[in-house]
Write a protein that binds this ligand. Structure first.
Ligand code: SF4
Length: 249
């Protein structure tokens, strides 16, 4: 593993991160309004500080969001993120399919290194990506834990399906609150537009891989030059490229 590099902001990356931060603020306000109405009507949300059952899920984001995180991290946290990114890459290279990839991510790659395991809280809450902002559970935390649903008996799984179907706010299939995910779509749009404007290309992929790449001058120089091929070459040279976890469009 190479030494972590202290991130450098540029006018282009500042423009991109400002667009994302504005979109986060708008999403936060919209989501609070929606949640107020939902709870007034008797809806329940079980997420809260100290609950981290979903912090071992794979997370996809844009480079624009990764830059927001990169700018918040010190060298020690960047090193921890890189270590995690290398486990993500190893998993992607060996997983035979997406189901195995996700299961192994949760069980073996493990919890996000930005999770404070003592408090159960996100240590970079203000910079966390969209997926961490828009995932809310209409069921207690144990339902978000890897392996819990699989551990249920066939009868309990049928009861789960019936309960989800009659719980307001879900999509009828899973216990997550669907409207709060839909409300975050403008964040994805803002990130796409900002990357197009600033770089002339878009980069999407795994959270920890993109944060690590965003701290590498050779990768960012290629992105800022709008040279997708050179960016991919830099990612490959860093051992951080795989079609499942890095897309440059
Ligand atoms: S960034 Fe924070 S909220 Fe998101 S997975 Fe990591 S610890 Fe959890």
């Amino acid at each position: 593993m190479t030494d972590p590099l202290i991130p450098q902001t540029t006018p282009a990356t500042r423009m991109v991160t400002a667009a994302v931060q504005d979109a986060y603020a708008e999403y936060g306000a919209e989501a609070s309004r929606w949640l107020d109405g939902f709870t007034r009507q008797g809806g329940q949300v079980f997420c809260g500080a100290g609950c981290f059952g979903c912090c071992n899920m794979p997370i996809r984001l844009s480079l624009a969001e990764a830059l927001v995180v990169r700018d918040a991290l010190n060298a020690e946290k960047l090193a921890a993120v890189e270590q995690h990114a290398r486990k993500v890459i190893a998993n992607a290279r060996t997983a035979p399919d997406e189901d195995v990839y996700v299961r192994r991510h949760r069980l073996e790659v493990g919890y996000c290194p930005l999770l404070d395991r003592e408090t159960g809280q996100c240590s970079e809450y203000a910079a966390r990506p969209t997926r961490c902002r828009d995932t809310f559970s209409a069921f207690p935390a144990r339902y978000c834990t890897e392996g819990y649903w699989e551990s249920l008996s066939p009868r309990e799984k049928r009861e789960y399906a019936r309960e989800v179907a009659r719980t307001p706010g879900t999509d009828g299939e899973l216990h997550y609150i669907a409207p709060l995910e839909h409300l975050s779509e403008p964040v994805w749009d803002a990130a796409s537009e900002a990357m197009d404007r600033a770089f002339g290309l878009q980069v999407w992929g795994d959270f920890w891989v993109l944060v690590t790449l965003s701290a590498r001058p050779e990768f960012m120089a290629a992105v800022e030059a709008g040279d997708g091929r050179a960016a991919l070459k830099a990612a490959k040279a860093a051992g951080l490229s795989h079609p499942m976890i890095l897309e440059i469009e």
